[in-house]
Design a protein around this ligand. Structure first.
Ligand SMILES: [Zn+2]
Ligand SMILES: [Zn+2]
Length: 211
């Protein structure tokens, strides 16, 4: 028989258009790639809002392993919130997350469902940020998955104001500012996310076609 949590997560997955198969997502025995944190980070741009169902399953599995190594718990809530951010086709705000979780609880438990407490969600988001699994986009007040989750890195986000595509470039060559700040100025950077707004490659190309 499905447990309480399995039902809740299956409901959330079902609600998403590109839902991954719950069985695959929660089966820790499926073959996984090398931990993302050990893969060489790429310096090109990655679309952070187009993640395949397979990739989502791999990332959840990798996150679980990462938590195990660090001796922290990858609780159902942490997993569910991370999964919602991975599945979303837009950056998710804390309010969107509360709504999605609440909808799933209501569907599952009816009128007696307890309300999702926003502080709990903020704590969960903090946990995922600390682990480097997600990034916070200040200009949109929303969260997106990291393209290559690992501890400390400089993330540069390219935000298209026309089609709302979000791309992450990390460890750009020649990214000298943080090196200078850390080494020469002695300022310890704890969070480094740069957000560049403009028109993405496809939107630039389609404008050129029309002219
Ligand atoms: Zn990142
Ligand atoms: Zn665009």
């Amino acid at each position: 028989m499905a447990t309480h949590n399995e039902v809740a997560m299956a409901t959330i997955a079902k609600n998403k258009a590109a839902a991954l198969e719950p069985d695959l997502a929660y089966d820790d025995s499926h073959p996984s790639l090398a931990p993302l944190s050990e893969q060489k980070p790429s310096t090109h741009a990655h679309d952070v809002l187009c993640i395949s169902a397979n990739d989502i399953a791999t990332r959840l599995h990798t996150a679980q392993q990462q938590c195990q190594r660090k001796g922290v718990r990858f609780t159902t809530l942490r997993r569910t919130v991370y999964q919602l951010i991975l599945q979303s086709d837009k950056p998710m705000g804390a309010y969107d997350l509360v709504q999605s979780l609440q909808a799933a609880r209501l569907q599952e438990q009816g009128a007696k469902a307890k309300m999702v407490a926003p502080p709990t969600i903020y704590r969960t988001l903090d946990f995922l940020l600390q682990l480097g699994l997600i990034h916070q986009l200040t200009s949109l007040n929303a969260f997106v998955p990291c393209c290559h989750p690992r501890d400390q890195h400089n993330a540069v986000f390219l935000l298209c104001r026309l089609c709302h595509r979000v791309q992450e470039c990390s460890d750009l060559p020649g990214y000298e500012v943080s090196k200078y700040v850390n080494n020469d100025l002695g300022f310890r950077i704890e969070k480094s996310v740069m957000e560049l707004t403009g028109r993405c490659q496809s939107c630039v190309a389609s404008t050129i076609d029309k002219s």
